[in-house]
Ligand binder design. Structure first.
Ligand code: GUN
Ligand code: FE
Length: 408
């Protein structure tokens, strides 16, 4: 049993966070047993984190593990950036040694940033994906991981035949689905331009039969849209995915910027989910996420770092960007925090296990210390969202297991 004395900032809804000063979180066998005011009990055997805020571990809904080392290599616009930097770097992960070292570095950085759950794309090779799972299991991180699928319009080192891409993905699913309670497979066709209709339809069929998750990119960049129109005809980008059967309640679409109201209705009707990646969208000048329209359409979304187009794994940075990257909509701190915690847990159907600090949930917790001279109070939430990078991540745990511990 661990007893942690701390100050809890706990998401309750999309616009409300509760503040519980000086409470003791008791954890046993990875589960939160109780949360009790410190004054209400005898303080024996308590670890003193009273100078820290406790939050549920952060959730990153969209991140490319194999792109971690090419962050910051700049090329304006998505397609030239993919060709110049992303594809050559992803090709390196076909080598198990490289992919393993990279995965270790990546997860260590995730844990240091307080992220406990991430939805991951790996490079399009079995070695890259297998290494990402193996290291995730060793470290104890919570993740859904998928091998990026590309069977057309891709460079020679990365493209796989339709059969090879499908068979490898199915084999990875069989190997990793249900093996470890913290891990699952997610089917990952990269985006329509590099995926044949046949490949996408087969993914849809398998995912439907197995009730499994799917992720891809949607409507990020206007040149990409024109390319999709050229390749597939049809009325819209979203219609390509609808025709392929990829619009499902277990599908997460990254970006979703240039969408018509008809496309929003299609996404809503199919209960599809979105990963909003504001940092990436302004890095690549992809455009502004139509947040107001998406809220009005009632489509669920959460935040993604989109590393390597995103510049950091720190989800507090992306919470800030959620506000900064809206030219007129003010995103309140509680709402920004919701989209890296409880909101994304709900979107993933994992609310009973993660997303907030409550008795009965798994102990996915991050402990953060404010800069010197900044008192801990209800207002810490706002400061955390706007300069979270200055708070020290002291301690991160996933299902009670310590994955990061910064001792002075
Ligand atoms: N669209 C297709 N592939 C990618 C990728 O790797 N990153 C981003 N940001 N968009 C993509
Ligand atoms: Fe992406």
């Amino acid at each position: 049993m661990r007893n942690i004395l701390c100050n809890i900032l706990n998401p309750v809804s999309a616009d409300r966070i509760e503040f519980l000063p000086r409470h003791v979180i008791s954890i046993e066998q990875g589960i939160i047993q109780s949360i009790i005011p410190a004054e209400a009990q005898e303080l024996t055997d308590v670890e003193d984190f009273s100078d820290c805020l406790a939050l549920p571990g952060f959730i990153d809904l969209h991140v490319h593990l194999s792109q971690y080392r090419m962050r910051g290599l700049y090329e304006p616009a998505l397609l030239p950036w993919l060709n110049k930097y992303v594809f050559p770097e992803e090709a390196r992960s076909a080598e198990t040694g490289y992919a393993t070292d990279l995965a270790k570095q990546f997860y260590q950085a995730l844990c240091q940033a307080g992220t406990t759950t991430s939805i991951i794309y790996t490079a399009p090779s079995e070695a890259a994906c297998e290494a990402a799972f193996a290291v995730a299991e060793e470290i104890g991180i919570r993740a859904m991981i998928g091998m990026t699928m590309m069977d057309q319009n891709s460079p020679a080192g990365l493209v796989q035949s339709t059969t090879k891409s499908l068979d490898t993905s199915f084999a990875l699913y069989e190997r990793w689905h249900g093996k470890n309670p913290l891990l699952d497979y997610i089917f990952t066709p990269r985006f329509a331009p590099t995926c044949s209709m046949e490949l996408m339809k087969e993914v849809s069929r398998f995912a439907y039969d197995h009730n499994s998750w799917i992720q891809t990119h949607l409507s990020e960049n206007t040149d990409e849209l024109a390319w999709v129109k050229d390749l597939f005809g049809l009325n819209s980008y979203t219609e390509v995915y609808e025709k392929a059967g990829l619009l499902t309640p277990h599908s997460i679409f990254g970006h979703a910027i240039h969408l018509t109201n008809i496309e929003l209705s299609m996404l809503k009707a199919n209960e599809a989910k979105l990963a909003h990646c504001p940092d990436s969208n302004f890095y690549l000048k992809s455009g502004e996420y139509p947040m107001q329209r998406i809220l009005e359409a009632g489509i669920e979304f959460g935040l993604g770092s989109d590393v390597g187009a995103g510049t950091t794994l720190n989800m507090l940075h992306h919470a800030k960007m959620m506000n900064f990257r809206q030219s007129s909509l003010s995103v309140m701190p509680a709402n920004a925090l919701y989209h890296i915690t409880l909101g994304s847990a709900r979107l993933l159907g994992m609310e009973s296990r993660i997303g907030s600090i409550n008795a009965g949930k798994d102990a996915d917790i991050v402990l953060l210390k404010p800069p010197v001279g900044y008192p801990i109070s209800e207002q810490s939430l706002s400061q955390l969202v706007f300069f979270g990078n200055e708070f020290e991540v002291k301690h991160t745990m996933v299902a009670g297991r310590v994955v990061h511990n910064q001792t002075d």
